[in-house]
Design a protein around this ligand. Structure first.
Ligand SMILES: [Ca+2]
Ligand SMILES: [Ca+2]
Length: 219
């Protein structure tokens, strides 16, 4: 596929997921340095298991907020809560998972709450009985399990999932649908299988029309 940078990309957060815990420390937090408006946002997750190549997924999408601070890991303190569709999604990965798309639709499940299996947001074709791309955050458990998931909606494909980050190396973490359990990695408790786990989050300003920004960072 045609992958090229269309526009100007600026780092907002750089997060070593090995450092996760009840107090998520970011290696870089530039959210207060982002002063110009942006059109797109992008998430770049790299995971490496011992003895295997580094795997990555890069997904960009139409900006769903104008506040860069709201692009980070959802907590009660930062008020990040997005349960909604997003458009203009481009996704590339070096895994074998088929999720290369341009201009697709995705849906976000970003919240700090615990959640149930019900398809509370009526995401098309999501399940009421499985943890998947349509689940139900619990209003009475706001400081709960936590979900940070991007899903390709029509493809029923988890792009990436980071759940239960307060558990640090027993957080749930994966690219694509989990082949061995809940598709959205709920209860996988597997973050410790990765020796490298790094999430970078960007804002992007598109400068030319055409295929959307879909090229991961090269460093
Ligand atoms: Ca569900
Ligand atoms: Ca889910």
């Amino acid at each position: 596929m045609d992958v090229r940078v269309e526009g100007d990309r600026e780092l907002v957060f750089d997060i070593d997921l090995a450092q996760l815990g009840s107090d998520a420390a970011y290696q870089q937090n530039r959210s207060s340095d982002i002063t110009e408006p942006f059109d797109k946002v992008a998430y770049f997750l790299e995971l490496k298991r011992p003895g295997e190549p580094l795997h990555w997924v890069y997904v960009s999408m139409d900006a769903f907020t104008d506040d860069p601070a709201k692009l980070g890991i959802p907590t009660v303190e930062n008020g990040v809560f997005f349960q909604q569709p997003v458009g203009g999604v481009c996704c590339t990965t070096n895994t074998r998972i088929n999720m290369a798309v341009e201009g697709a639709n995705a849906n976000l499940e970003f919240w700090p709450n615990s959640y149930g299996r019900g398809n509370a947001a009526d995401v098309p074709d999501a399940s009421d009985t499985d943890y998947d791309f349509g689940d139900a955050p619990s209003p009475d458990r706001p400081d709960g399990y936590g979900s940070m998931q991007v899903h390709l909606t029509e493809q029923k494909q988890t792009v990436f999932a980071l759940n239960h980050w307060s558990q640090g190396n027993k957080a749930d973490l994966g690219i694509g649908n989990n082949p061995d359990g809940n598709a959205d990695w709920t209860f996988a408790a597997n973050a410790d299988i990765y020796e490298i786990k790094r999430l970078r989050i960007f804002v992007v300003r598109q400068t030319i029309s055409g295929p959307s920004e879909s090229n991961p960072p090269s460093d």
